[in-house]
Each structure stands twice: as C-alpha cells, then as structure tokens.
Design a protein around this ligand. Sequence first.
Ligand code: ZN
Length: 276
Amino acid sequence: MMKYGNNHPKPAKYQTQRLLFPTISAVVVSIHDVCPKTRETTGRMLADIRDAGAGVASLLVIPDRHKSDPAFTDKDFCGWVKGEVSGGHEAVLHGYYHQRMAGHEQRGVEKMIATRYTAGEGEFFDLSEEKACELLGRGVEEMTGALGEVPRGFIAPAWLMGEGAREGVKKFSFDYTTTVSGVWDLKEGGGFYPSQSLCYSVRAGWRRACSLGWNSLLLAWLEEAPLVRIGLHPPDWDYPHIRAHALRCIERALAGRRAMTYISWIDQQRTHAQFP
Ligand SMILES: [Zn+2]
C-alpha cells in the first residue's frame, strides 16, 4: 500500500515512494484554522487575496477548536462556509480540536516539535491509529452533515502526522493530504508532489522577521516551479507588514500561474496524467 510521510521525509524513504511532478501551473492559497471565531478575519483575508488575484482558496475548517468553538452546529457559520464553497472555494477537514492531547510525554526533538514548534497544536502528531480514526470519523461525519458534501481533503494541524495518523487517514476516502513539503494524492496510483509551502510564524518578533526573509527566499527559489503553495493563518492579518508581504507574494506567484484549490489542482493533475 502507498505510504505517505512526515513533514520532512528522509531521502531513503522517498526512494520507496512514488515521486510525482506537478504539471499544472498553479498557486494554491490555503487559509488555516477557519472556525466561527476566525470567520470575520477569514472573510477579510478572502477579500484581500481576491484583490491580489487569487479568486479561490482552500479553507481549512476545524470542527471544534480547543474544545470551545464548535463549527458544525453553528448554523450561521455553516451557511457562510457553504456560500464560500459555492463561490469556488474548498472546505478541507483540519484536525478535530486542533490541540494536542494531554498525557503524551516526549523527549528531545519530538518534544520540541510537539510543544515549541506547534505551540501545542500538533493534534495528529502523536495519536494512536485508533484515536486518529475516531477523530477523523467524527470530523468527516459532522462536516458532511453540516455542509452537505464529504470533505475530499484532510490536512493535519501544523501539517504534522505521526505513524498512527498516517495509517488512520488511509482508512478514509480522502483524495489528498498535504505536509509543509508537498501534496499527497491518496488515490490508487497517486504519490507525492514535492512543493514547499510558504507559511508565516507570527508568535514573536524574531519569528515574524525570519518569516519575511524565509518566504522571500523560498518564493524566489520557486520561481520556475509549476506549483506554489501559500499557507496563511488568521493571526497573520494582525500584522500589516506580514499581510502586505503575503499579498505581494500571491501577486508575484500568480505571474504565469492561476489560482486553484487543492482539490481542483489534484483533479486536473489526474486528468493531465490520463490525457497528457
Ligand atoms: Zn491549523
């Protein structure tokens, strides 16, 4: 069975996996952590990225962020998401609580990733397969019931999936998942499309400064790449210089590429593979 990997799969692991290369020139803008409490900011972000030329985006919806923001029982929120989806955006399942469960103890690098890197949000980083399946099943059922469509994509909080979550995701009918380093087509015959995502970290001044430099470098490095991914979070819009930088990156990335959602990009990749 096809395997898909960590945020940074080791080269040796890659060799056993099918590596695919994007052929459609596209920019995928994703807005993470969409939930009732971030709805207003997400609306502003969508208006801004549309003005920058990206008319569609993938919206990563959290079913119940931090166990205090239930999305799929909120009729106003669900009506808003449905309206955005009918306007061309995509709703993607994004974890369940977006909060790492208590009681997991790691040391060294694992602890650093699970706590400092993700600020404790890496919900699917160290779950058992059984627990991952339970949360995925609830998420799919609630999202399908509320929005009227089965989510075709799953993206783990902070893009982090441990072995249990990776095995669990295979048991559902998702078309794709993503890590920070690429996109996995999960259907039979699929594989991994490498494409490092731009992403900002705004929790501290030094992180914001590093993000600006890193994303500028990354976008320059991706100049000839057919697929550019730009991952945004609502707190990014609290900082005018981050917002302005992200919008400039979107405008630059769209030169010679068109904005697509992840699922429309995956569908077109598959069509192209069938009828090149
Ligand atoms: Zn998230």
